[in-house]
Structures are given as C-alpha cells and as structure tokens.
Design a protein around this ligand. Structure first.
Ligand code: OXD
Ligand code: MN
Length: 609
C-alpha cells in the first residue's frame, strides 16, 4: 500500500511529515502478509545482513549479527521526556521534550536517505480487542519489520480497526545510517554510534522516538517502549496495570486451573518459568505470555491479564532441552536469530545449548571463524554467542501455548510473583501478609544485572522495583502509589496474592542450591495451594514461609539445604532493610508513599524483637 491510500487523515499527514524530514528513497505501508515478511527477509539476505539457516533443521529461519555497539537495550540512552523533570522521577533519564525533539529532529534530518521507509501499523493485544492498543511505527529497517511481524499483530487489519479517526501511538524509528548514492550495507549492521543513540518517550503526547539502534527493545517499539513505558502512563491514568510480567496457566492434578503472573528483571528466567515442564506429577503449566502483562479489573472485581505481544524475543544462551524444551521447539522454524553462533551445517549454536558444535569450525557472533567447541561452555568474554543473543519466535509455535492466550477478555489472575537473582538472604519463596506488604516487597526487588542491558553494573545487585526500573514511564514513587491505590480501591480478597521467589541462592562455593527450571513447579504448586486457602506455612517477620514439609526437596537438594533457603536470615534481612532505608527509599523523596515506610518499620521492629 502506498501513503496516498491511507484513510486516516491524521496518520497520513504524520507519515508525510516524516517522509519530508527523513528523506527515504521510497515509502511502503506494511500489510502484514507472509509475502511481505518473506520479502523483508530476502532484502536482508541480499544486503548481507542475514544468513539463511539450514532448511532441514530450521525451516524459514535466518541468523543476523548486529554491530558490537548494538547488542542490548541502552538504558543510559533511554529517556522519559515528560514536561516536568519531576514526573520522570529519579530512576529515569530526562531531557526537556522540546530540547530532545530539537536534537532528534536534526538527527532524523535525511536519516533515511538511500533506504525505504516502512510504515508498520501494529496492534498490541488481539486486533480489535477492547484492551488492545494500536501503534504505528515508521522504520528504515527491514529487520525491524520482520521482527515486528512476529512480535506484534501487523498490517491492513489494524488500519481497518483504526478507521479514519482512531487513536494510535506514533513511533519514529531510524537506524541512523543513511546511505550515499550507490552505497549498500554490504553485510555491515546499520546503526549510529552509542552517543548518538536515543530511545525517547514523550509521556504526555504518547509518542516514541528511537534513533540509532536496530536491536531488540531499542527498535521493536511495541515491546518495552509502548507496552511498558507508554502503557504504564496510560495504566496510571486509566486505573489498570502494565507490567514486566510473564503469565502462566497452571492446572493441578484435579483439573483446577489458576493463572499466575511473575515479574522478574530481564534475563532472569521469565520465559523459562512461563514454559516450565513440571517435575511434580499430575501438574501442568501452559503459557499465556513470557514478558509483558496488561491487567484490568473485571466486573467481578478480579484482575484479568492479557499478553499484548504475539511472539517471544527470548534470550538464547542457557536455553536448551533441559532448561526450556518448549522454547527450543518454539524457535524450530520461522524464527529470527540474532548474535548466535553459526555451525558448519547451517544450524545455530549458543553457550549452554546442551552440546558442543559439529564439524571443525563455527562462526561466532562477530562473524569470526573459531574452532568448533567440544562442550557448550566458553570462557567469560570469549563467548561464541553474545550473552544477550536472542531468538524471535511466533508464540503460536509454542507447544505449551494456552488456548486462552489470545482471549481478548484476558485470564483471571490468582497470584503475582516477584523475584530476582539473589545469591544470599532472599528465601526460595515467601508470601506477603497483605497487598500492601506485597507492594513493599515489589518495591525492594533487587537483582544481579544481566547482559540484557549494556551496563558496567553487570553482575552487581541493583534495586529493580517490580522489575520495572528500566520500564516505568513516570516517577517510580507515583508508580508505587498507583499499586497501593488499586489495592485500597478494590476488595482485597479478590486481588491476586503476592509472593516473592528466588531461584538463585548460592552456597559458599558459588554453586546454585536450588536446581530451578522444572523443579520450580514444586514452588508453584505451593503457591497454587496457598491461593486455594491450603499449603502449610509459618508466619515470620518477612511473610509466610512454607513449613519444611510443605515443599518436597528435589533430588540432590538436602534437607539442610532446604532449611537454608527457607530460613529467615535475620542479619541478612537487617542489612537488606537498612540498605532500603539508607540508599533505596530516599531516592524517591516525598513521593515515596508513607505506607511503605510503615511496612519497613514494622518488619524491622519484628526482626529486632
Ligand atoms: C527483554 C528485556 O528484552 O527485558 O525482554 O530486556
Ligand atoms: Mn523483558
């Protein structure tokens, strides 16, 4: 479709203005068809950016290698440009919106020369559903178009729902690498240098402007930018929740179904938990979503969640048939791999895939030939796949996708989980005593920083409240308040119960105490029971912990080890709370809801008793 055919006058004008600014050689409005997807992939193959994979192993799939400066989200180049700096809060980067638009307009000037501008109408959530939101992304990257086809619902049907007057979130994206006359990408991933990358959000006008990066959450603007940063602002204003949460369906041996969501920081195993194969006999887990949940109250007072996405953008390293067979199956065909290794037989490979690589040589994520590894481990810093290498796979290919995953009404949520990577102190599982206690726990989530973000803090514990630190589009103190207010204005007995989990406890030798993965079903089963008014627990100052006989230890985990991970580490908790008091909460100043200090004081008092 061409721009002249657009029936929405506002959209047409916006596209025309973008064309005038960015000067692409041509413009195309995406229709979302399979033919279009195939054409995008072919363009990237012809440009030397994509390698087709062995059709017998991974039919319809390709591998990309990005630029070493463009391998993850860039949090220090991500901005919340609200009118007042105060509204962005202390955890977001802020630039005055007028100033930022001026800087970025200069960058966008002519930025698409030599390229095609693609206009992608997309829906977050099932097309036409009441809960869905429409975005339109302009991009000069066919890689982005192909990924958006998988991750969102794209095309003409979205334009039909938009009609002539419908609301949409306008999203600009340019890789920031115009081409001179006759110039081609020739195998070089197009992007701009780090100090020219901007991932900008304008919460008042609900706009997204991204420049200079072609990777993941920086460039697929439906995901972190719209479904989280902009959606948190909409959710605050409209009384719902937009969260960095997986959604799973769990069925007990009696056939009773519950739905659970879980917030964990990036690369902490949301995808694995969402697709878990239980080791506890008779239990079943199915997937509704693996990264984002939008939740609204139903007429019955319960919270209903939808997954606004249509695909998985999963971390490849560490994914294998043991840790996540369902993810491995999901990306067996029609998938896009980025920054994985390429084997001699045209297959992808990554660290901890479960086996070495066949043949003599392998191509690493930087495009260098290396000896094929005999095992699936590489020394740190010498990985064959980048630690944030990803697969983009359609959700409908997941063998354990729940039949309700596209239900526009959403699924009723019984429990929220919060957690992170914490080697010490935080127990395996712990239930909040009340909604407000749960909000307190969410507000103090800490986790070791992973490779999902370009940061010099990788490996260090940082506070990541609600796993939303990089994704909240407004002041985090107001976000805490929003959670508290939702609790106060609804019947608490109908609200999800809140739990804190930690799969990552380490022993003194640095080894993991808990095996995780499928064995996490033991914890899910206890959570399920707690939501049914059962499940044995003991009340402690930090919440309800399972009694020692409530969760049967997996093979290889001794009773002493269980005791250790289900214990209240009093000195550890005192230190934890002292850190919250001294370093974490003061950041939010007056905006830190006083209710959270009341919780902090009460828990400290009990720990000191
Ligand atoms: C993601 C992230 O890509 O959280 O999902 O970084
Ligand atoms: Mn995520």
């Amino acid at each position: 479709m061409n721009v002249q055919e657009l029936k929405h006058p506002g959209l047409k004008q916006w596209v025309e203005e973008a064309v005038a600014l960015m000067s692409p050689d041509s413009v195309e409005v995406c229709d979302g068809s399979k033919a279009e997807y195939d054409r995008m992939i072919q363009i990237t193959i012809d440009a030397g950016l994509a390698t087709p994979l062995n059709p017998e192993k991974l039919p319809g799939s390709v591998l990309f290698r990005s630029d070493p400066s463009d391998v993850a989200r860039v949090e220090n180049r991500t901005y919340i440009a609200s009118k007042n700096q105060e509204d962005a809060g202390p955890t977001n980067n802020w630039i005055d919106p007028a100033e930022l638009k001026k800087t970025m307009t200069e960058l966008y000037h002519g930025s698409m020369k030599g390229r095609t501008m693609y206009v992608i109408p997309f829906s977050m959530g099932p097309v036409g559903s009441e809960i869905a939101k429409i975005g339109v992304q302009i991009t000069d990257s066919p890689y982005v178009v192909a990924n958006m086809h998988i991750m969102t619902r794209v095309g003409t049907k979205v334009l039909e729902v938009l009609g002539t007057q419908g609301a949409y979130v306008p999203c600009f994206h340019s890789v920031g690498k115009p081409l001179g006359p006759g110039e081609k990408d020739n195998g070089t991933w197009p992007c701009a240098p780090l100090d020219k990358k901007y991932i900008s959000h304008f919460p008042e006008t609900r706009e997204i402007w991204s420049y200079g990066s072609g990777y993941g959450g920086n460039a697929l603007l439906g995901k972190k930018c719209l479904a989280l940063r902009i959606a948190t602002v909409l959710a605050r204003d409209e009384g719902w929740l937009a969260e960095h949460m997986l959604i799973l369906k769990i069925t007990n041996p009696e056939g009773v179904v519950k739905y659970i969501t879980g917030a964990f920081p990036s690369a902490c195993g949301k995808t694995n938990l969402a697709m878990l194969i239980p080791t506890v006999p008779g239990w079943k887990v199915e997937t509704v979503g693996d990264d984002i949940a939008w939740m609204k109250f139903g007429k019955d007072g319960r919270l209903y969640a939808i997954n606004p996405e249509a695909g998985f953008f999963g971390v490849a390293p560490g994914t294998n048939n043991e840790s996540n067979r369902n993810a491995m199956e999901s990306c067996k065909k029609n998938s896009i791999f980025t920054n994985c290794g390429l084997t001699e037989d045209g297959d992808v490979w990554w660290e901890l895939i479960g086996h070495g690589a066949p043949g003599k040589e392998i191509v690493d994520w930087k495009g260098n030939k290396r000896p094929a590894p005999k095992t699936d481990k590489s020394p740190k810093g010498e990985e064959i796949a980048h630690p944030n290498a990803r697969f983009t796979a359609p959700a409908k290919q997941c063998p354990c996708i729940a039949k309700e995953w596209e239900d526009p009404a959403g699924v009723p949520i019984s429990a929220f989980l919060f957690g992170g990577r914490r080697p010490k102190t935080i127990p395996l599982v712990n239930q909040a005593k009340s909604w407000i206690h749960g909000v307190f726990m969410g507000s103090i989530v800490g986790s070791e920083v992973t490779a999902a973000v370009i940061s010099d803090q990788v490996g260090q514990v940082r506070r990541d409240p609600f796993a939303m630190l990089p994704f909240c589009g407004y002041h985090m103190g107001d976000y805490f308040k929003h959670w508290i207010t939702l609790g106060q204005s609804h019947d608490e007995s109908k609200l999800p119960k809140i739990f804190f989990v930690n799969w990552f406890r380490k022993n003194d030798e640095g080894g993991f105490i808990w095996p995780g993965y499928g064995e996490n079903s033991r914890v899910l089963a206890w959570i399920f029971e707690r939501c049914s008014g059962k499940g044995k627990a003991v009340e402690t100052p930090i919440g309800f912990l399972p009694t020692l006989d409530a969760i049967a230890p997996p093979q290889g985990v001794s009773e002493a080890a269980m005791q250790e991970i289900l214990n209240v580490d009093i000195p550890g908790w005192k230190a934890e709370l002292a850190d919250v008091r001294q370093n974490h909460y003061p950041k939010f100043g007056d905006k830190l809801p006083k209710e959270l200090y009341v919780e902090l004081n009460a828990i400290e008092k009990q720990l000191n008793a």
